[in-house]
Design a protein around this ligand. Structure first.
Ligand code: NAD
Length: 376
């Protein structure tokens, strides 16, 4: 670890401990809600402890792997409904029994000073409930995308975190990737002039799968829009730095007896207040992974854009190909720094909630046959 950062972190941590963060950070004017003191712990003092809730694909193959290379946080606990998974996780990550929970006894995590951050990686409709429980247990929270299955539940979770004085991050790993940050910069600085049209799709051929995503509307809340289309919404918003004022959507299903009550494909448009249009699609019966932006003086974008193996792209004739070691680690370390330094969260709960408001409006439009739905 960079020595300066390490010392800075240790100093910040002991400062928080000694002073009581609500007074210290409040006086810096960084946070607008009460902040709670970090407690004493029994492990690597320089890192915050993370507990993963839900040990499925993403937790096992991406987040736990990312946590092996994080500088400011480390895996210290798990929360699972499947006891047979425990031995492997315990031995691989050297977890203590007292840091292993199930969904029923999860709330007692409140008494565990080893855990600073709870990371919710469950099926979509379980997100808000666990975010609220984690915040009420006095933990900072990371919640996977989509925030939940509608804006109402997401707003309740934002409110619960604010009330508990806890930070909340949505797992939008792309926002911590320098290639996406370059896209944000070009748009915000209008380097190629005003944006005119955004095109984006995130799609994969999953329609025949048996995971809850494709089979259980009560858990998924919808089809690919909830799962991967949300990346295009988020990207259109962070590319423009604006909030859409209206949306249109149409949904399509071509495989009978699949995607029960959920879309297989959705095509949708977001209209921004400066007239920029984002024309997007998301499908479980197609393959696409891009963000292309037309501005007055030229085009730029990323393709591949949203995948785990990284984003690369172009700005006119130039390449965009900035190095990043591990998106998940970058995202989690940034959140740990927010906690340690009292800085604002980039992919905040409010950001996730704004995407859910757009998703609610898109489904409303699709239900009305593609009618324009105004937002706000
Ligand atoms: P998964 O099906 O592999 O894992 C889900 C986990 O939840 C499993 O451990 C399962 O046992 C547990 N679970 C608890 N109650 C359940 C229930 N009633 N039904 C089914 N499973 C239940 O899913 P995943 O791919 O790991 O996705 C989990 C979350 O992470 C989703 O919200 C998804 O959108 C998100 N995700 C994000 C990214 C990203 O790049 N940020 C990538 C993949 C998944």
């Amino acid at each position: 670890m960079n020595n300066n950062l390490s010392h800075q972190k240790q100093d910040r941590r002991s400062f928080l401990r000694k002073a009581g963060a609500s007074v210290a950070l409040g006086s810096l004017g960084v946070l607008s809600f009460p902040y709670t003191k970090l407690s004493a712990r029994s492990f690597d003092e320089s890192k915050l402890g993370v507990a993963l809730v839900g040990l499925g694909y993403y937790a096992k193959h991406k987040l736990a792997v990312g946590l092996e290379v994080t500088e400011f946080c480390q895996l210290k606990g798990i929360v699972t409904g499947t006891p047979s998974k425990i031995p492997d996780w315990k031995s691989k990550y050297n977890l203590e029994d007292k840091n292993i929970y199930n969904y029923q006894n999860f709330d007692s995590i409140a008494d565990n000073p080893d855990i600073d951050i709870v990371y919710v990686v469950l099926p979509n409709s379980m997100h808000a409930d666990f975010v609220i429980r984690a915040a009420q247990a006095g933990k900072h929270v990371i919640c996977e995308k989509p925030f939940d299955i509608n804006a109402k539940r997401s707003a309740e979770a934002v409110e619960a975190c604010a009330k508990a004085g806890k930070l909340l991050q949505i797992g939008y790993r792309c926002q911590y990737d320098p290639n996406h940050q370059e896209i944000m910069r070009i748009g915000r600085e209008k380097e190629l002039g005003a944006l005119k049209e955004i095109r984006s799709s995130h799609s994969f051929f999953g329609v025949h799968g048996d995971n809850w995503r494709y089979t259980d509307r009560s858990l998924a809340g919808g089809g690919p829009l909830m799962d991967v289309g949300v990346y295009s919404i988020n990207a259109a918003r962070y590319s423009t730095g604006l909030e859409p004022v209206a949306v249109w959507a149409k949904t399509y299903n071509t495989y009978p007896n699949r995607m029960d009550g959920m879309e297989e494909t959705i095509v949708f448009t977001l209209e921004f207040p400066d007239g920029t249009l984002a024309n997007c699609s998301s499908s479980y019966a197609a393959r696409a992974n891009f963000l292309h932006i037309s501005a007055e003086k030229g085009n730029y974008g990323l393709e591949p854009c949203f995948g785990y193996s990284g984003a690369t792209g172009y700005k006119g004739e130039d390449k965009i190909d900035l190095p990043i070691h591990n998106q998940q680690a970058a995202q989690m370390d940034a959140f740990a720094r927010n906690i340690l330094d009292g800085t604002p969260v980039i992919a905040s709960g409010e950001d996730g909630l704004k995407d859910m408001i757009v998703i609610d409006a898109l489904y409303k439009s699709a239900k009305k046959g593609g009618k324009r739905i105004a937002i706000g």
